[in-house]
Design a binder for this molecule. Structure first.
Ligand code: URA
Length: 441
């Protein structure tokens, strides 16, 4: 193939054909195109964009660059969720067992975190023995026997995306809407799902800062899924303040367990019930849960009855995790130092900057600045207040869990700037800003 022609075509703002995109992805995955030419093409896409058809062709080509998982022996309808990530986002730990407690099979592969905090796998590894590196055989066996499996992503899934992502990362081409949408969706489509609920976060702690940006990304991903024959829903949710109280791996596992047992912060409970209700609606295929209100009532009941917790317990045991650590949360990794940050004046909380809390958590060692970094599962921050709360001087705002004095003081320097006050009353932030339904796309 003539790569120069392809680069020039995109540079001049023309659309690439399906066969051009397929040949490019295939040849690059096979190591037949040099990185400098692919970098030039990525930059041309960054500036010129891609239309709906091009984006779908790119997604399918990346999905088909490796194994396409077939889950039909596990379930006739595989449902998945994807969150675009945020500070304190432990939604998967709660929503997946919750949905599985209805007998809806969950067979999910998840990623690790880079940046602010750990990903779902890092959080689960707070539990001693939890094995995220399953062979495909083990993955299928646990899914069949337990009804829920949550493991690391197989390297043979969408390898073209892995290669392209590394190049985007070092060529300033990550923040391109068609490239982000196709990257995320290629992995979802290769993972064998029929229905996908996307939880697209927006705000200072998210990739997408504004409602308009988040809506555009969510719409692109929903369109890709619909064109590829999947049932799609995207929720646009808030990430201006941390999601829930706990930020940090073991702290988030503990909060997830409390929520699965019917407790936990209201924000987390309500967020998870909403995501689960949409998953049930898709998986229920038009029966009881076609009514979202009924699905919400049922999901809330499963949390309160302990059924969702039992499903989580079964998953941890099946993955070889030490269940005593979730039966007694004090057995989870604990940090050596605890520092209480108190309000220095009375007022109404106008902002708790999620990004600043995220960077402070990274400073404590809870996340990775580079792929090779080790993470400390015990450290993190509990944020005891939310936007809109009234506090008095001396009230506890945050508890910082640290294992090292220098890191604690670096985190405190950042956190001093995280909370803003107002004398006037402040409205609480909404949990959700909108829903994009694939049926309308
Ligand atoms: N997550 C992905 O998987 N890909 C992107 O491009 C951005 C976020």
């Amino acid at each position: 193939m003539n790569m120069v022609e392809l680069i020039e075509k995109k540079r001049d703002g023309q659309a690439l054909s399906q066969s051009e995109i397929q040949r490019f992805v295939k040849s690059y995955t096979a190591g037949e195109i040099p990185d400098y030419q692919v970098s030039a093409l990525l930059m041309a896409i960054f500036f010129r964009g891609m239309d709906r058809a091009e984006t779908v062709h790119l997604t399918m080509a990346m999905a088909e660059s490796g194994d396409m998982l077939d889950l039909s022996d596990i379930t006739p309808y595989a449902i998945d969720k994807h969150s675009s990530g945020g500070v304190g986002d432990k939604t998967s730990l709660i929503v997946l067992p919750l949905v599985s407690s209805f007998g809806v099979p969950i067979a999910k592969m998840s990623g690790r975190g880079l940046g602010f905090g750990g990903g779902t796998l890092d959080k689960l590894e707070s539990i001693g023995g939890y094995d995220v590196n399953l062979s495909e055989e083990e993955f299928r066996r646990i899914a069949r026997e337990t009804g829920i499996v949550l493991s690391g992503q197989s390297k043979s899934l969408a390898p073209a995306d892995g290669k392209l992502y590394v190049l985007r990362d070092v060529t300033g081409t990550v923040a391109s809407l068609p490239l982000i949408a196709s990257s995320i969706m290629s992995k979802k489509l290769a993972a064998g799902t029929n229905g996908i609920v996307l939880d697209v976060k927006l705000g200072c702690g998210a990739f997408m800062k504004t409602l308009a940006e988040a809506r555009a990304l969510a719409t692109a991903m929903v369109q890709i899924g619909v064109d590829a024959g999947r049932d799609m829903v995207a929720l646009l949710s808030d990430m201006n303040q941390p999601l829930g109280v706990a930020v940090g791996n073991a702290l988030e596992v503990a909060e997830a367990v409390r929520t699965l047992q019917g407790g936990g912060p209201e924000y987390i409970h309500d967020h998870c019930v909403e995501v689960a209700a949409h998953m049930l609606r898709l998986a229920g295929q038009g029966e009881r849960w076609s009514d979202l209100t009924q699905a919400r009532v049922d999901a809330d009941q499963r949390l309160k009855s302990g059924a969702a917790y039992e499903s989580f317990h079964r998953m941890i045991a099946a993955h070889g995790g030490d269940v005593r650590q979730i039966e007694d949360l004090t057995r989870l990794p604990q940090a050596r130092l605890r520092h209480e940050a108190l309000a220095t004046a009375s007022g109404n909380i106008a902002a708790i900057q999620a990004d600043t809390v995220g960077w402070a958590t990274l400073a404590l060692g809870a996340g990775r600045a580079t792929k090779e970094d080790d993470i400390d599962h015990a450290v993190g921050i509990e944020v005891h207040a939310s936007v809109g709360d009234s506090v008095a001087a001396g009230d506890r705002l945050m508890t910082i869990h640290a294992n090292d004095e220098t890191r604690l003081s670096a985190a405190l320097d950042l956190l001093n700037r995280a909370v803003e006050f107002n004398d006037e009353p402040v409205d609480p932030l909404p949990l959700f800003y909108g829903v994009i339904d694939g049926n309308d796309s």
